[in-house]
Design a protein around this ligand. Sequence first.
Ligand code: CA
Ligand code: CA
Length: 140
Amino acid sequence: MSGGWHRQFTVHSSQPFTLTFWCTLTQAANYEPDERSMGLISIDGKLFSPSRSRVLPRLSGDGNGGSPQTTGWTQVTIEVGRLSPGSHTVAIGAYNNKKTFKDETTEMLIDDVLITQQRIGHGDKRLPAWVFRTFDRSGE
Ligand SMILES: [Ca+2]
Ligand SMILES: [Ca+2]
């Protein structure tokens, strides 16, 4: 099962995009080792390839008992590449391949989602194209 947050944004020029955001992934205490939770990203409904997804948080269960496992807040950066002019949708979410009991839950929080686009003629300087505030990491 999976769930996520998504937003539309509009592209005006063909310079490459970079997506950055902060996230933390938490798996409840009683997952088994074959029960995995991971972050996922899609653009226009198309998932990024597995090699790119290695930068996304992932956890596997460590059996009944103990504490929930969490990655803690980490910043993820993904080179999105070029997008055609027009409207696009970015989705950031989490996937859980299996759960066998109601006390097994996966939570992914995200914050400071930023899509930047390289500025024409300004080398590596990046222009924030879209900033999506979600909620504060302090939970307020
Ligand atoms: Ca455990
Ligand atoms: Ca289980």
